[in-house]
Design a protein around this ligand. Sequence first.
Ligand code: 4AD
Ligand code: MG
Length: 450
Amino acid sequence: MTANNDLPTVRIENIHQYVGQKVRLQGWLFSRRGSGKVQFIHARDGSGFIQCVMGKADVSEEMFATARSLSQETAIEITGLVQAEERAPYCGHEIHAETVAIVSPSENYPITRKPHGDAFLMDHRHLWLRTRKQNLILRVRATLVKAIRDYFDNNGFVLMDSPIFTPNACEGTSTLFETDWFDDRKAYLSQSGQLYQEATAMAFGKTYCFGPTFRAEKSKTRRHLNEFWMVEPEVAFMDLEGNMALAEDFLRTVVQTALDKHGDELEKTLERDLSTLKNITQPFVRLSYDEAVQKIQELQAQCEDEEERKMMEIEWGMDFGGRHETLLTQQYDTPIIIYNFPSQVKAFYMKKNPERPEVALCLDVLAPEGCGEIIGGGQREDNLELLLSEIDRHGLDKKDFEWYLDLRRFGSVPHGGFGLGLERLVGWVCGVHHVRETIPFARTLDRLSP
Ligand code: 4AD
Ligand code: MG
């Protein structure tokens, strides 16, 4: 190896810049196949995957024997000549390997080519992250995080991190994670940074927070995590109409960014059909809650399967379940904005429609293909008296909300915003069925490890 010390160490993502040059690659053996005459070493370095070809005739016997001995996930260093090769797997380039050295061994690697169950893979999440599909999903996540930050940073929003330890509930007391604070006091992990964003929006006009969010939900669905990431913009002097326009423009921009950057890989590696994602340029469907209920009832009437029909049951006033959301999203191939839900199913801070107080000035955005709700938000109650009576009606303690009530005492204005769940967005973009694959280490009812 010393003879090759002057070679550039390259990353696979940049390999196209080195065609015709000898390079050094540091990574791991992903898989290997071949014969007594030639070995195909499939290597990965974190930035990509590449095929390295070693011919027996081109290297020493010892070197060829080393190549033949490599097992899955052995850490390796390879040197060789980069060639453009359209037919090569992965990246359209390959390396004609001259040397391969073992950095450290890997024996009996648990994740093999044979199919493994979900639980096994989640137990080995720390290793599962090395595979192509998981690698791509989490890269798309990173791209979306940056696109989200860029969107708000470029549109006059100021980043304001909301606290994670909070003294009270934001989204209902039943999903609070409680922890000990000092002097026998209790603290709760944040369910939403919204209430603090309302304060910062009154100070800066437009703000957002983007951080981990905690819900002690005992839901075992494909859409629920107990720890997830939420981005929450909040804007002073914005009504429901403005909120819907913001949600639509925001979602369109970030999905388009992910498509531009990863469209090809999504198709190739995840076999993602990009058609509904490409429809992101179309206007979103808008349905009032009333219209959405009517739509579900019509679909129910047409349904022939009795069990299905039972699950589709809905009456005005009920919140949508996962089944209802799935049904609605299957009717359209763009995202759907549903607005004006019944106040009774919504949080204490939602502003009631002054012309129809039984509905709130709120919105949910449902993603297509059965994904369901990815955004929830609305206009906030800006009237002190009405807010006080809602705090009371929800059985919350006014004392905990004194600072929040100050926002209505000192220059209260119409304002609103929303929260987007990052994992659900990644799930939709990647076409991943369960959100547990869209975060590096998922926290769910039955999983706190790895
Ligand atoms: O609809 P939610 O509960 O809204 C709020 O928390 C508001 N305070 C946000 C705001 O107006 N600033 O949650 C918003 C989004 C949901 O649409 C969903 O995408 C995601 O957060 N979400 C979850 N994602 C994964 N697992 C869970 N348990 C989630 N709960 C909500
Ligand atoms: Mg919601």
